[in-house]
Design a protein around this ligand. Structure first.
Ligand code: SAM
Length: 485
C-alpha cells in the first residue's frame, strides 16, 4: 500500500506517484460512466447562497474522470459550467499583467529552457537598477500596473538581494501618472528566510511552476543545478507560506510529460495547500513549451492539441473554482480567445520575454537575443485591451485586494461573499478608466468608455455605483488617480 497524504509536508506523499497512476486508471475505467459524470458535473456547478455563490470544487479523481471522458455531450456541459463558475466568482473581468525579465544568468540545466547553463552562445544579461527603471517607465507608458518579475537561478549573479533591490526600484518609479502597484515574483525555489524577505518587500503572488509533477521525468529534465532537487522544488510553496506569503501561484509546463499525469498532480498540489495551510493556490498558470533559442518543442513528445489544452483549463476551473487562472502570450490570439471561455481570469499583454526588451523599442520591434521563448501573441497592450472589450470582457488593472490586505483566505472569503460585484467590478472600471485616460488609442478609448458606462449599471449597490461614477468623473476630468474599494 502506498502513502498518499495531502496533509504531509513530504513531496512524495502529497504528490504521490502511485495515487496519480491509480487516478489515471480510475478515470479510464469511468470515462464512459454517464451517471458518475453527471454527478461530478452537478457537484461542480455553482450554487446560489443567501449572500452569493458557492462552489464545492472537485477532487483530483473526480476532475480526472472529466478530463478522460470522451462522451460527445460532455464537452458542452463542461465548458458551460466552467464559464458559469468564472462569471460567478470573477465576473467578466480579466486582470492584465506583463512579465519583466531581470536576468537570464542561470546555473540550472533545464532541458526546455534556453537559459540553461550549457547554452554558451546566448548573451547573458542582468539589468542594472537604471535599466530596471527604464524598463518600468516603458511598461508604465504602455499602461501596466502589475508585473511578474522573472529571473534565472544564479546565487552569484542574481542573489536574493538583487531581486529585492529590483523590487524596491520597481515600486519607487513614478513616471507621469504611472505606477507599478503589484509585483508578482517568479524566481527559483528558495528558503523560508528568503520568502520572508520577499514578503517584507511587498510582493503580490509568489509564482513557481512545477514544470512536471513526475519525479523521474523532473530529474531527467533538470539534470544539473539546484533545480534538480525534486523535493526542494515541490515543497517550495510550503516554505513560501511558512515565510508569510499567502498568495502562491502554481503551474505546469504542459508538453513535458503526459497531461493526465500533470493534471492530477496539479490538483493534488492545490488540495495539499488547502489541507495544510487552509488556503488553496491564488493562481494556476497553464504554459505550454514553446520554441526558443536552442529549444525545439518537438524534442518533447507530450505536446497536446489546442482542444485538449482547452479541456484541461475547463477541468481546472471546475476543480478549483476560487483560483485565478493565467494564460500568457506564449499562446496565439486564437488560442487565447478560446481559453477565455474556459475560465481564464488573467492574461499578459504586450509582453517581452527578453532581458531589457521594453525600453527603447517600439511596439512592433522586439529584440530576440536574450528571449526565453517565442511570443505568439505579439499584439500591443492597447490591442489586447481593445480585443478583450470587444469580446465582452472588462480589462482590469486592479491591484486593490493585496494593497488592502485581502490576500490568502481573506481574498477567498471576498470571492465567496458575493460582494465582488460591489468591489472588484467598480475597481476594474476605475482602473480601466485610468488606462483609457492615460494610455489608450482613440479607438480603444471610444470602445472603453462605452463599456465603462454600460458596466457601471451592473454594480448592485446604489451607493457604491454612485461613488464609482464620481471617481470615474474625477479620473476623466480632474486628473485624480488610484481610487479603490
Ligand atoms: N528560474 C525560475 C524557476 O526556475 O522557476 C524562474 C522561472 S522562468 C523565468 C519562467 C518559466 O518559463 C519556467 O518556470 C518555465 O516553466 C517557463 N519556460 C522555460 N522555458 C520555456 C519554453 N521553452 N517555453 C515555454 N515556457 C518556458
Amino acid at each position: 500500500m502506498y502513502k498518499f497524504d495531502p496533509k504531509s509536508l513530504k513531496a512524495e506523499e502529497f504528490i504521490n506517484h502511485e495515487e496519480i497512476l491509480a487516478t489515471i486508471q480510475y478515470a479510464e475505467e469511468h470515462k464512459n460512466d454517464v451517471e458518475l459524470i453527471d454527478q461530478i458535473l452537478e457537484k461542480a456547478r455553482p450554487q446560489k447562497t443567501a449572500t452569493g455563490w458557492e462552489c464545492k470544487g472537485l477532487t483530483h479523481r473526480e476532475a480526472s474522470v472529466l478530463l478522460a471522458s470522451e462522451l460527445p455531450e460532455l464537452n458542452e456541459k463542461l465548458f458551460k459550467i466552467a464559464e458559469e463558475i468564472k462569471l460567478a466568482f470573477y465576473g467578466n473581468r480579466i486582470v492584465i499583467f506583463a512579465p519583466l525579465y531581470l536576468s537570464n544568468y542561470c546555473v540550472n540545466g533545464c532541458l526546455y529552457c534556453p537559459y540553461h547553463l550549457k547554452n554558451k552562445h546566448i548573451p547573458r544579461k542582468k539589468l542594472t537598477q537604471a535599466e530596471v527603471e527604464a524598463e518600468v517607465i516603458a511598461l508604465q507608458d504602455m499602461g501596466h500596473k502589475r508585473l511578474a518579475i522573472e529571473a534565472g537561478e544564479d546565487p552569484v549573479n542574481n542573489p536574493l538581494e538583487y531581486i529585492l533591490e529590483c523590487i524596491k526600484t520597481i515600486y519607487s518609479v513614478k513616471h507621469k501618472n504611472g505606477a507599478i502597484r503589484r509585483v508578482n515574483v517568479n524566481i527559483a525555489a528558495t528558503t523560508v528566510e528568503n520568502y520572508r524577505k520577499l514578503k517584507e518587500a511587498g510582493i503580490g503572488t509568489y509564482i513557481l511552476f512545477q514544470e512536471t509533477y513526475h519525479k523521474e521525468s523532473y530529474e531527467t529534465l533538470h539534470p544539473t543545478g539546484p533545480k534538480h532537487n525534486y523535493a526542494y522544488h515541490t515543497e517550495a510553496m510550503d516554505r513560501a507560506m511558512e515565510g508569510g506569503i499567502d498568495d502562491v501561484g502554481l503551474g505546469v509546463l504542459f508538453g513535458l510529460e503526459g497531461y493526465k499525469y500533470e493534471f492530477a498532480g496539479l490538483i493534488m498540489h492545490a488540495e495539499h495547500l488547502e489541507a495544510v495551510h487552509g488556503v488553496g493556490p491564488h493562481t494556476i498558470s497553464v504554459p505550454r513549451v514553446k520554441p526558443a533559442d536552442d529549444i525545439d518543442p518537438d524534442d518533447f513528445d507530450n505536446s497536446l492539441s489546442d482542444e485538449t489544452f482547452e479541456k484541461i483549463a475547463a477541468c481546472i476551473r471546475l476543480a478549483v473554482p476560487y483560483t485565478g487562472m493565467i494564460i500568457s502570450t506564449r499562446e496565439t490570439e486564437a488560442v487565447r480567445s478560446k481559453m477565455l471561455k474556459c475560465g481564464i481570469s488573467q492574461v499578459s499583454g504586450g509582453s517581452r520575454t527578453s532581458v531589457g526588451g521594453y525600453a527603447g523599442y517600439s511596439s512592433d520591434e522586439r529584440p530576440h537575443d536574450t528571449e526565453q521563448f517565442d511570443v505568439s501573441d505579439q499584439r500591443s497592450l492597447d490591442e489586447v485591451v481593445k480585443w478583450l472589450m470587444e469580446s465582452g470582457h472588462i480589462p482590469s488593472f486592479c491591484t486593490a485586494c493585496y494593497r488592502e490586505g485581502r490576500t490568502g483566505d481573506r481574498f477567498m472569503s471576498l470571492c465567496k461573499s458575493g460582494q465582488i460585484q460591489n468591489c472588484c467590478h467598480p475597481n476594474a472600471l476605475m482602473t480601466l478608466s485610468e488606462y483609457l485616460e492615460d494610455y489608450a488609442s482613440p479607438a480603444t478609448k471610444e470602445v472603453g468608455y462605452k463599456m465603462v458606462e454600460d458596466e457601471l449599471q451592473n454594480i448592485p449597490k446604489e451607493k457604491v455605483r454612485a461613488i464609482a461614477k464620481q471617481h470615474i468623473e474625477d479620473i476623466r476630468n480632474n486628473n485624480q488617480r488610484d481610487f479603490r474599494f
